[in-house]
Design a protein around this ligand. Structure first.
Ligand SMILES: [Zn+2]
Length: 172
């Protein structure tokens, strides 16, 4: 028996024909061959488009900054005391944001950024990458001031923005 099964299918999204392939995983097919031949599937380019869309959505939730880009931004534009930055919180599948003011822009050797009102999960101290020093793997991150988004936010409370809101504000 072969290690792979192929089947001509029509993409369930764009209807274009493509050759679907199933290969063995640890010696077994993930689904029985007969089921694989029947089941609807997306073509590789629709799968890729979907993956890219999901990735863009995840990036917008972090205000279109990766950790590396945050670090680069703060290196080129060092924050100053009193500057406004944005806390992005994504606990419980929320996209919540709040404005914070910089209290100490360069604390210690690591030039940590201390903000006035921390967050219950992330605290008030952040690395230059935007990661919390208190919970580096947490879901609260510090982001530069992004005017289009900041206009919707305030210092007193968290504001929820939907993925559609973020797309309207940030584009893409
Ligand atoms: Zn397709």
């Amino acid at each position: 028996m072969s290690d792979r099964v192929t089947q001509e299918k029509n993409c369930q999204t764009c209807s274009k024909p493509f050759t679907a392939t199933m290969t063995k995983l640890l010696g077994h097919f993930p689904v029985p061959a007969a089921k694989f031949r029947q089941q609807a599937e997306e073509c590789p380019s629709c799968k890729e488009a979907y993956r890219a869309k999901m990735e863009a959505t995840a990036r917008r939730r972090r205000l279109n900054f990766t950790e590396g880009q945050v670090k680069e931004y703060f290196t080129v534009n060092p924050p100053a005391q009193g500057d406004t930055l944005i806390l992005a919180m994504s606990q419980f599948h929320r996209n919540a944001y709040r404005l914070v003011r910089v209290v100490n822009p360069a604390s210690g050797k690591q030039l940590r950024i201390i903000v006035d009102k921390g967050d219950a999960f992330g605290g008030a101290s952040y690395y230059r990458t935007g990661k919390s020093t208190f919970a580096p793997k947490g879901q609260t991150v510090l982001r530069p001031y992004v005017a289009m988004v900041a206009e919707k936010l305030n210092y007193e409370s968290e504001t929820d923005l939907s993925d559609a809101d973020l797309q309207a504000l940030l584009g893409g």
